[in-house]
Structures are given as structure tokens and as C-alpha cells.
Design a protein around this ligand. Structure first.
Ligand code: CA
Ligand code: CA
Ligand code: CA
Ligand code: CA
Length: 352
């Protein structure tokens, strides 16, 4: 019980760790002479020519990918090895960085119009993968995804970090699937632009074993720079599934915008003592549907869920907080039903 109260105090409001802004991760190419001879090979798959194989070794590898569809080029640089080709000739990039502390970055130099599949295996060691629509040459310029970007990441052992940064999606689709593996892993996901047309965005991230921290923010529009947040058009959809896996995890999600389309969110703390903090704000003018499910599952969990619906009843909101087994605490808005909880901490937010 004492331990539970310590954790309740730790998650009081006003202590949000992040502001929703981050320093854009810049790709880099390291000078050959400064390295202790790690090696990356980059070749086309002899069986499937549109597939490029990027393979590291048992030392710390650094791989930077830049895609410029306006110029029809894609560049891959890894530890002194360089590859470039017309972007439309590369459909899939398979990256396997093996042991040690590896880093892979992916950036857009112009809007994405040539679909890509990225399959990233980070291997053992504390690795970092950054998937970013930020233009590496320009400050705070996020390129628009207008086609498909399908990314899967396997973190394997070690404390791995997956960071994603996207601006707008215009009738394209972005799929991020990650299994972060054993070790205390991080997801830092940022959305800085609207989902327009028939945009589809889906995240399915599993922290797996270890004390994982999963963050998703979609609150500030840095593309249109308006105050309406991340708007989702009538035919667009955002679907998020975040799982903590075993051990004590933290899952934190914030969304704000005008929702005309669909927003589906599911957070699952899974085994052990997890904390979740879910804050969704549907701005005035919203008339779409939001489905929010937060489950602590086994263990002594702390579950906070707030859905502020400013649509005046035009939006369809369905939310549920479920403590699951164990001695759980909750803090929910009055429009969020809650089941399987033992104590209330903080207050129930009464909505107008
Ligand atoms: Ca390696
Ligand atoms: Ca790893
Ligand atoms: Ca993990
Ligand atoms: Ca749990």
C-alpha cells in the first residue's frame, strides 16, 4: 500500500515530463578515420531487386537514410559505406544491426510519394531508431506523407529507443509496428500535422519485458501552425495500440484536435504495476468517433483517463478505464466509466 501511494504521488497532474516538442534528430555521416572500424554492408537483394539489405556487425553501427522523392533519390549511409538509387526503384529496406549500441535514422527531404517498407532489427545492445518526416536541412519543416510508409522495429535485448516524428499525412498511410524486446525501452512518438483525405495512421507498439516507457503526443500543429491541434478529416483514422508488457511500465498519451474521422486508442499495462496517463481533447467542431480503452491488467496499477469532449454532443465518444486484477487506483473524467478499481486518487473530473 505504501508503495502504491508513492506511485500515486509520482503521477500527480502538472508534472508532465514532456511538452510535446522535441529536438529534431539530425542524421549524420561519421568521418571514416574517427571510427574503430565498424562495418556496414548495403546491397540490393539478389533475389528481390527492389529490396535493399543493410547489415551491421558486432560493433556499434550508424546508418542514416534520406529519401527525396521530388528528386527521385534515396541515400543510405552506414559507417563509410554509401548507397544511392532512384527512390522509385527501392520498395523495401531491411536493416539488421546486430550487437552493440547501434543508431539508425530515416528522414524525408521532400514529401513522401514513393511507398517504402522499413524492417529494422536493432539486435542486442542499447539501440536507437529515429523515423522522421523532418527535413534534416531545415528547422521545424516536416514533410507530408502522401503514400505508404510501413515500419517495423524489433528492439531485441538492451534499453532501446524508438522515436517517431511526423507532420501531416495527406491520403497516405503510416504504420509503425514495434516489439521493443527485453530491457527498459522507450517510445517517443510525436505528431505535428493533420491527417487529411483518406489518411491512415496506425501504431502497434509492445514494450515487452523490462520497465518500458511509451509516450505518444499529438497536440501541436507545427505544419499549419494553427491552434486547432491535430485535426483528423472525415475519411481519416488514427489507431493506437500501446502495450507495456511485463514489469512496471508507464504509458502516456495526449491528443488534441478537431476530430471528424476515427480515433481508436487502446493502452494495456499488462502484467506488474503500471501507470497510464491518457488525455484526449476533442476540440469544438468535432463530429467523429473516439474509442478509448485503458486497461491496467494484472498488478497494482494507476490509471488516469480524461476525455474532454467539446463537440457539444456531435462526436461519438466511448471510453472505459479498467483496472484489472490487483490493487488499482484511478483518476478519470465523469464521462469515463471505470471498472475493477479499489481506490480513487486525485478527483473525478466533472465535465460541464
Ligand atoms: Ca552492431
Ligand atoms: Ca537492442
Ligand atoms: Ca522492453
Ligand atoms: Ca498491470
Amino acid at each position: 500500500m505504501r508503495r502504491l501511494w508513492k506511485r500515486l504521488l509520482r503521477t500527480e497532474p502538472g508534472r508532465t515530463r514532456h511538452t510535446g516538442r522535441t529536438r529534431t534528430f539530425r542524421p549524420f555521416v561519421e568521418a571514416l578515420e574517427t571510427r574503430w572500424c565498424p562495418s556496414v554492408t548495403i546491397v540490393r537483394d539478389p533475389v528481390m531487386w527492389t529490396r535493399v539489405l543493410v547489415t551491421g556487425d558486432d560493433m556499434a553501427n550508424k546508418v542514416a537514410i534520406r529519401q527525396d522523392d521530388a528528386a527521385d533519390r534515396i541515400w543510405i549511409a552506414g559507417d563509410g559505406t554509401n548507397f544511392d538509387a532512384p527512390s522509385r526503384t527501392v520498395a523495401e529496406i531491411v536493416i539488421d544491426l546486430k550487437e552493440e549500441h547501434d543508431v539508425v535514422t530515416y528522414n524525408l527531404d521532400s514529401d513522401l510519394t514513393s511507398s517504402k517498407v522499413l524492417r529494422v532489427t536493432l539486435g542486442s545492445g542499447d539501440d536507437t531508431a529515429v523515423i522522421s518526416a523532418a527535413d534534416p536541412d531545415l528547422r521545424d519543416v516536416y514533410r507530408t506523407v502522401r503514400s505508404g510508409l510501413n515500419v517495423s522495429v524489433a528492439g531485441d535485448r538492451g534499453a532501446d529507443r524508438l522515436q517517431t516524428e511526423f507532420g501531416a499525412v495527406g491520403s497516405g498511410n503510416v504504420s509503425i509496428t514495434a516489439k521493443l524486446g527485453a530491457g527498459d525501452d522507450h517510445l517517443d512518438a510525436y505528431w505535428f500535422g493533420d491527417l487529411t483525405g483518406r489518411a491512415r495512421v496506425a501504431y502497434d507498439v509492445d514494450g515487452e519485458a523490462g520497465k518500458d516507457q511509451l509516450y505518444f503526443w499529438a497536440t501541436n500543429d507545427l505544419v499549419k501552425k494553427d491552434d486547432s491541434g491535430i485535426d483528423i478529416s472525415a475519411d481519416a483514422a488514427l489507431q493506437l495500440t500501446l502495450r507495456g508488457g511485463t514489469e512496471d511500465d508507464h504509458i502516456e498519451t495526449q491528443y488534441q484536435g478537431i476530430l471528424h474521422g476515427g480515433l481508436t486508442f487502446s493502452a494495456l499495462g499488462s502484467a506488474n504495476n503500471d501507470t497510464t496517463d491518457t488525455r484526449f481533447t476533442l476540440n469544438g467542431g468535432s463530429d467523429g468517433s473516439a474509442n478509448v480503452l485503458v486497461q491496467g491488467d494484472d498488478g497494482d496499477d494507476v490509471v488516469r483517463v480524461n476525455v474532454w469532449d467539446n463537440s457539444g454532443g456531435a462526436a461519438a465518444v466511448s471510453a472505459l478505464a479498467d483496472g484489472g486484477a490487483g490493487w488499482d487506483a484511478y483518476n478519470v473524467a465523469s464521462n469515463v466509466p471505470h471498472v475493477n478499481f479499489d481506490i480513487l486518487f486525485g478527483w473525478i473530473v466533472v465535465l460541464p
